[in-house]
Design a protein around this ligand. Structure first.
Ligand code: DX5
Ligand code: ZN
Length: 219
């Protein structure tokens, strides 16, 4: 048994009854709720925003894990903080503001700060920021859509991050997002992943409890 955390991505949930689906995910053993926020500019998809996070905040006390796949994340830190986010992750590919300034802004709201990389970005892009992070998120699919296939070279990125974090001696979560299922879960857990984001592998299953425990018991 491992103590990996499971973060269902509501991108795969039933948008017509998100509150109920989130509550069901909590009752089924979820540890956090993952929100894939996309602006149709940083990535081709347009998914959900601040008002949706605010609307579902009252359905659970689980931490809200907000993944900003947007071009100007610096403009949305305060609105998502006020909507109830507990953790906000921005992307290392950010080109519209200094990354360390945005990370500082997240932390100024007493919220955990994460930094994500797209699959084609060298994982060393995280290095300068690692000491200031609470979480790193090496994406294992192209950002934009759920239901994609896990990109295998993510595994060496997880191992790299695990080693760097051990050397640093700071508790920093490694969250893997995209194509996580009962086959890929053990591969990422054994390399040091501590949080698994899963949309399809949970919300597209009939029984969320068994889906979550299958992911958690791997590795
Ligand atoms: C991609 C999204 C997906 C989603 C999880 O931008 O971030 O990774 O959260 O999708 P599944 O679990 O369906 O692969
Ligand atoms: Zn995500």
């Amino acid at each position: 048994m491992n103590n990996v955390k499971i973060a269902p991505s509501i991108l795969a949930a039933d948008f017509s009854k998100l509150g109920a689906d989130i509550r069901k995910a909590e009752e089924s053993g979820a540890d956090l709720i993952h929100f894939d926020i996309m602006d149709g500019h940083f990535v081709p998809n347009l998914t959900m925003g601040v008002d949706l996070v605010k609307a579902v905040r009252r359905y659970t006390d689980l931490p809200f894990d907000v993944h900003l796949m947007v071009t100007h994340p610096q403009d949305y830190i305060e609105p998502f903080a006020n909507a109830g986010a507990n953790l906000i992750t921005i992307h290392a590919e950010l080109a519209t503001a200094p990354i360390d300034a945005v990370l500082w802004k997240i932390k100024s709201f007493n919220i955990l700060a994460g930094l994500a990389t797209c699959p084609q970005t060298p994982i060393s892009a995280i290095d300068p920021y690692l000491p200031d992070l609470d979480l790193v998120l090496p994406m294992s699919v192209e950002p934009g859509f759920g239901g994609q296939k896990f990109i295998l070279n993510t595994l060496e990125k997880i191992s790299y991050l695990n080693q760097k974090i051990k050397e640093l001696g700071k508790a920093i979560d490694i969250e893997v997002d995209g194509g996580i299922n009962e086959d890929t879960a053990p591969l990422v857990i054994e390399r040091g992943a501590t949080i698994l984001v899963a949309g399809t592998a949970i919300f597209k299953q009939s029984n969320y409890t068994s889906a979550i425990s299958r992911l958690r018991q791997q590795g």
